[in-house]
Design a protein around this ligand. Structure first.
Ligand SMILES: Nc1ncnc2c1ncn2[C@@H]1O[C@H](COP(=O)(O)OP(=O)(O)OP(=O)(O)O)[C@@H](O)[C@H]1O
Length: 218
C-alpha cells in the first residue's frame, strides 16, 4: 500500500505538499504528526467511504474490505452493551459472538447502557467489536486515547494477532512508547510533508522520542 506525490488543499490552504508514503503490510503502520497536520483526512481518503480515494493511492483494499474505527464513537447511548454487541456481532463472523467468551472488561458491563460507559470503556468495547469483523485492512484513528496502559496492552496484542493472521493495520497515535519497534512502521508528517517513513527502530535512532522529533523540526 502506498501514496505517491499527493497534494491536499483545504479551503485554499495547502495541508499536504507532494506527500509520498509507503506502508508495510506485515507491520503496524503508525501515522505520526502534530494536531491538525492531516492524519485523519488521510485515513478518511484511504478508507474510501465517500468513494473519493485519489488515483495516486495504490494497492489499498476495496472499501468493503476495510474496517475504519474513527475518533468519534457514534453508538446509541440508550442501547445496552449487550444490544450493542448484538448490533455489531451480526456483522462479525459466520458464527455469532458467544457472550460467555467475551473479555472480562466487556462482560462486566453487559447490562449498562453504552452512554453510561466511561470513554475508555467505550473505546475498548468498540475496538474489540470492530476487530471481530473479518476484513483485510483495519484503520484506527487514535485508538489509545483515554485508555490506561493495561487496556492499551490488551488492544495491542489483538492488533499483533491480526498482523499474524495476515491482516493489514494503519493507525494514528500521539504515543508510541509501548509499541514493539521491530513490528512498527512510521510515517511522520511535519511541515506539510513526510519527514520520515521507515521502521520505528530507525525512527528512534534518529529522533529518540516524539518530543525530540518535534523539537528538531522547529
Ligand atoms: N471540512 C473542513 N473544513 C475546513 N477545514 C478542515 C475540514 N476538515 C479538516 N479540516 C482541517 O484540516 C486540518 C487537518 O485535520 P485532521 O483532522 O486531518 O488533523 P489530524 O492530523 O488528524 O489532527 P489530530 O491529531 O488533532 O486528530 C485541520 O486543520 C482541520 O481543521
Amino acid at each position: 500500500m502506498k501514496i505517491e506525490n499527493f497534494n491536499l488543499t483545504i479551503n485554499q490552504d495547502l495541508l499536504l505538499d507532494n506527500v509520498s508514503i509507503f506502508f508495510e503490510d506485515e507491520k503496524l503502520n503508525l501515522i505520526l504528526g502534530r494536531n491538525g497536520v492531516g492524519k485523519t483526512m488521510l485515513l478518511d481518503l484511504i478508507s474510501n467511504l465517500d468513494n473519493n480515494r485519489p488515483s495516486n493511492f495504490y494497492d489499498f483494499p476495496d472499501s468493503r474490505q476495510i474496517i475504519y474505527h474513527s475518533q468519534g464513537l457514534p453508538f446509541i447511548a440508550e442501547a445496552t452493551v449487550k444490544d450493542t454487541i448484538a448490533l455489531i456481532g451480526d456483522l462479525s463472523k459466520d458464527s455469532p459472538l458467544v457472550f460467555e467468551d467475551l473479555p472480562g472488561r466487556i462482560k462486566s458491563n453487559l447490562a449498562k447502557p453504552f452512554g453510561a460507559l466511561s470513554m475508555g470503556e467505550r473505546r475498548y468495547l468498540t475496538i474489540w467489536l470492530f476487530l471481530q469483523i473479518e476484513r483485510e485492512l483495519y484503520i484506527f484513528d487514535e485508538p489509545f486515547a483515554n485508555l490506561d496502559l493495561g487496556v492499551v496492552a490488551d488492544i495491542l496484542s489483538l492488533f499483533y494477532d491480526k498482523l499474524d493472521q495476515g491482516k493489514k493495520l494503519i493507525m494514528t497515535s500521539h504515543q508510541f512508547d509501548f509499541l514493539i519497534p521491530e513490528k512498527t512502521h512510521v510515517a511522520f508528517i511535519e511541515n506539510q510533508t513526510i519527514a520520515f517513513n521507515d521502521n520505528l527502530i530507525a525512527f528512534l535512532d534518529r529522533y529518540h522520542s516524539f518530543g525530540q522529533a518535534f523539537g528538531e523540526e522547529r
